[in-house]
Design a protein. Structure first.
Length: 386
């Protein structure tokens, strides 16, 4: 008989679920799903992932970040330029143009703009009006990501980007592979809800990771700080799930702990630690960690960008195990399941005219704290920056 962690009862209300220290607006039935209050849907004075580094080439790419259409390209020295995406002359989308040296050329009448947004050429006249320029967005490359700041540029401090070493993304003990990307037809908060409640894994991902093998169904231990949340799930004695057996080359009893770290408002890193277990003695021997890496960026109020990668700190062989896992059909299909769930719920919200009833379970604690954290970040911003 398979080994399996026991279940606990859950409650059907949020009373008593959350510590007083986290008190702030309570989600109640038939209220707009926050953070959507006061006309804002996401904190703007924050760094967000705009793209994988490998996506940004000399040819321009357009992407909407928090309602800002942005065109991204690389200059001759390899730096990333991020500019407002529409030509100030007639609004032509610049991503359809060419990059010439360090400038982007609008294909309609040939105006050119440098990576700082300044107009460098108007073919039909010598004088360049002062207003003829594009907004240039601060960007920073970290690990395999291009981070962007669409808020007040004077506040764009790169020290505010989550510490990538602490998050294990640049820790040399780990070999990490990014590259999965999805345009999500649902609000970014729904993806955070998803990633902050891994109880969905054995159900939503039954067809991909397998029912019992996909993860624990339990109320995790949750620790919230000002802008971070960690959730710890433990499976002290289970049969090694088949997809993990394939990665570790081991099948038999294991002890599994996975800790999901949320760095508001964008990054999630799940550290999935597997140990070989001797059920007779309870002695464990670590097989290794998997990293499940996720970044969520609001595109519009009801759409999002989803970036995903995988990592490992064992078997540093060629070909890279993380890259094979990240690009596998199974992971791709599982991510599609998350994207579909987000789309379905967004459709439910639309059918309910934005006022969706929700029943909170004990297992929703981290997701609720995550929403409160996002709302607090929005509330802390001056209205002028929204
Ligand atoms: S619209 Fe871009 S040059 Fe005219
Ligand atoms: Fe999922």
């Amino acid at each position: 008989m398979p080994l399996r962690a026991g279940r606990k009862q859950t409650a059907c209300s949020d009373q008593g679920l959350l510590p007083d220290s986290t008190a702030s607006p309570q989600p109640t039935r038939n209220q707009p799903m926050y953070p959507l209050e006061d006309g804002s849907f996401a904190p703007r004075n924050q760094w967000y992932v705009a793209a994988w580094s490998q996506e940004i080439k000399r040819s321009p790419l357009e992407r909407v970040i928090l309602d800002n259409p942005v065109v991204l390209y690389r200059t001759t020295d390899g730096k990333v330029a991020a500019l407002a995406a529409f030509c100030p002359h007639r609004g032509f989308p610049l991503a359809k143009g060419d990059v010439i040296a360090d400038d982007i050329e609008c294909p309609y009448h040939g105006l050119r703009f440098g990576p700082d947004g300044a107009c460098t050429l108007i073919p039909s006249q010598d004088v360049i009006p002062a207003a003829c320029r594009l907004r240039a967005y601060p960007v920073a490359e970290r690990w395999q990501w291009v981070w962007i700041w669409v808020g007040d540029p004077d506040l764009a401090d790169e020290a505010l980007i989550p510490d990538h070493f602490e998050a294990r993304l640049t820790d040399p003990a780990y070999r990490n592979a990014g590259g999965n990307y999805f345009e999500v037809p649902g609000r970014y908060v729904l993806l955070h809800d998803n990633l902050l409640d891994l109880n969905h894994v054995p159900y939503l991902h039954k067809a991909t990771f397998g029912g019992d093998g996909g993860g624990a169904v339990q109320i995790p231990e949750v620790v919230a700080k000002e802008t971070t949340i960690s959730c710890t799930f433990t499976q002290p004695a289970i049969d090694c799930p088949p997809f993990l057996s394939a990665l570790f080359g081991y099948s038999g009893p294991v002890s599994r702990t996975y800790v999901s770290y949320f760095y508001a408002p964008c990054l999630h890193v799940i550290v999935d630690s597997i140990s070989r277990l001797d059920p007779a003695t309870g002695v464990t021997e670590q097989l290794g960690d998997l990293l499940h890496i996720h970044a969520v960026t609001p595109a519009t109020a009801t759409t999002a960008h989803y970036f995903q990668g995988e990592g490992q700190n064992f078997s540093h062989t060629e070909p890279c195990l993380s890259e094979a896992f990240r690009s596998s059909e199974m992971v791709r299909a599982a991510l599609e399941e998350d994207v579909s769930a987000t789309r379905f719920i967004e459709q439910s919200i639309a059918m309910n005219r934005g006022r969706l009833s929700e029943i909170l379970l004990k297992a929703d604690k981290a997701a609720v704290l995550g929403r409160r954290m996002l709302q607090a970040l929005i509330d802390a911003e001056a209205p002028a920056t929204r």
